[in-house]
Write a new protein. Structure first.
Length: 372
């Protein structure tokens, strides 16, 4: 009799245990870009109305609780919890279901997920201005030390979140430098997302502001300024330039005066061929002022060559052009356009050649005279 009572008691305990054992399963991304939201989706067979907690902790050398969210089971038994990661640091994080009172979770339950927040933004240095004024072009320049002589993937988003460019790969040079110009029409904060073959690198913001015309002084003659004149419609192109690898710009002109000028920060030299076919070289400003040229446009394509005055300098140069249809940059010289700096200086070889002939003639005449 005692044996039957013991068996019945064990059966009741087992039945009670099964009744309080439930299943709960969660899912979360394994990797995520730093700053994005960790979305945790789950399902359970816990009774509707039961509340439990999901905790997010940083799981590195020590455990640090970042956030805890309450979940109340609804009738459909599904739930979603979001953990924003703005202000977090990159690394490994853990999402975990905490015990809910007397409820136990069966072996098929998944109550923990590991999420890695990825951020390699320190691998890239953005050298373009973080705040730029609206002039039709957004300039992006930077250096990726781990992506030399290769390509870096660029995606640019408008202030409203719509896609402006990419994602597309932009080439880098031997020093890891890259540049890209975007045609824009609005002010606001533009997001630049960079990636490489290893994956996501980081997100960078560039603010575009309206020109503050209230700060422009009213004068009778234009003052010398380090800031290019933007009162006329201006187009621009950006290129990397050295003495050994100068930048070439092709400008489709309009009829009338054409003004071109460089960015500042480097002592630039401009060379071009005027309408008469004469080569002109301009280097009258220092690094703190834009080098500029004004010529007469005739509706045809004009070619310009830009390179640093110092052999030790190498940098990105932005070429601005007013009263033009278009401007494009290239590292390859246009057909028939040879830099004046690459043309050898005037040689005396041709002048020396007739002199040699005269000397030889005199020697021959002398020999013949002696034979006579």
């Amino acid at each position: 009799m005692m044996k039957k009572i013991l068996i019945f008691a064990i059966f009741c305990l087992l039945l009670s245990g099964v009744a309080s054992a439930y299943e709960i399963r969660i899912d979360a991304p394994q990797t995520l870009k730093l700053g994005e939201i960790i979305v945790v989706n789950g399902t359970t067979n816990l009774p509707a109305g039961i509340t439990f907690d999901i905790m997010l902790t940083r799981s590195e050398y020590t455990s640090e609780t970042k956030a805890t969210k309450h979940v109340t089971v609804q009738g459909d038994k599904n739930f979603t919890v979001e953990f924003p990661t703005a202000g977090y640091t990159r690394g490994t994080y853990k999402v975990e279901i905490l015990p809910a009172g007397e409820f136990r979770y069966l072996g098929n339950s998944i109550t923990m997920r590991v999420v890695t927040l990825v951020d390699r933004s320190d691998e890239v240095k953005i050298t373009s201005l973080p705040r730029q004024y609206l002039n039709g072009v957004l300039h992006l320049t930077g250096t990726a030390n781990n992506v030399r002589n290769d390509g870096i993937e660029v995606q640019a988003d408008n202030p409203d979140g719509s896609r402006l460019f990419g994602p597309s790969f932009v080439p880098t040079n031997l020093d890891g430098q890259f540049s890209k110009d975007f045609i824009i029409e609005k002010t606001g904060i533009y997001q630049i997302k960079l990636s490489d073959q290893k994956g996501y690198i980081g997100t960078y913001n560039i603010s575009v502001l309206e020109q503050d015309i209230s700060t422009v002084p009213v004068v009778t003659s234009p003052p010398v300024s380090q800031t290019p004149d933007t009162t006329l419609p201006t187009q621009s192109a950006l290129m990397f330039s050295t003495r050994d690898q100068p930048a070439y710009f092709s400008i489709v002109t309009k009829h009338g005066p054409l003004r071109v000028y460089t960015s500042t920060g480097t002592d630039w030299v401009i060379e071009y061929t005027d309408l008469s076919g004469q080569r002109v070289k301009t280097n009258t400003k220092g690094a703190g002022f834009p080098e500029e040229v004004t010529i007469q446009g005739n509706g045809e394509t004009q070619y310009f060559l830009v390179y640093p005055n110092k052999y030790s300098d190498k940098a990105n140069v932005t070429m601005f052009a007013e009263n033009v249809n278009s401007i494009t940059g290239s590292l390859v010289p246009p057909p028939g356009f040879v830099a004046a700096t690459t043309v050898p200086p005037a040689s005396t070889t041709k002048a020396a050649f007739p002199a040699v002939i005269v000397i030889i003639s005199i020697v021959l005449v002398a020999l013949l005279w002696q034979r006579r």
